[in-house]
Design a binder for this molecule. Structure first.
Ligand code: INI
Length: 154
């Protein structure tokens, strides 16, 4: 039996992070988690990390698509926070971010890590940005690193 699996060190690789400004109080913590994981665990050189800021999670799929199509990056990480308000707007933004990002990965063949949290409350968002439930930006970065190495082997 041949099993393909990979570690998470990827020195020498270039990674892009698309990050939304909306809900910056939590998104900045997710970004910090992602960068820390890329550098400390992935051994990615800080100069090989490109951060692109966009208005909101709705803008992430197009931005990530452009980054992936540039073929300059081994993986792209999307980071954002969609927090439910009292209107259906949440569902449109969260749905577009989710399906749009999945589509980009399939269409370009470049791994796209999903670091967009969708929560009902600010507190749940904070808990996922380095408080009670880890840091989803860091988890997305770990997944990007592993996918870079897995896809390299296939
Ligand atoms: N964008 C977010 O990233 N998170 C949200 O919670 C959010 N809400 O709830 O409205 C949000 N809206 C803005 C949206 O992403 C676009 O930037 C905007 O609609 C302009 O295209």
């Amino acid at each position: 039996m041949k099993v393909i699996e990979a570690g998470v060190a990827a020195p020498g690789k270039k990674v892009a992070i698309a990050v939304s400004r909306f809900n910056s109080f939590v998104v900045e913590r997710l970004l910090e988690g992602a960068v820390d994981t890329l550098e400390r665990i992935g051994q990615i050189n800080p100069n090989d990390i490109t951060v692109v800021r966009v208005p909101g999670a709705y803008e992430l799929p197009l931005t990530v698509q452009k980054l992936a199509e540039s073929k300059q990056y081994s993986a792209v990480i999307a980071i954002g926070a969609v927090i439910r308000g009292g209107t259906p707007h949440f569902d449109f933004v969260a749905g577009q971010a989710n399906s749009g990002l999945a589509q980009v990965a399939l269409n370009t063949g470049v791994p796209v890590a999903f670091g967009v949290i969708t929560t009902d409350t600010d507190e749940q968002a904070i808990d996922r940005a380095g408080v009670k439930h880890g840091n989803k930006g860091s988890e997305a970065a770990l997944s990007a690193l592993e996918m870079i190495n897995v896809l390299d082997q296939i």
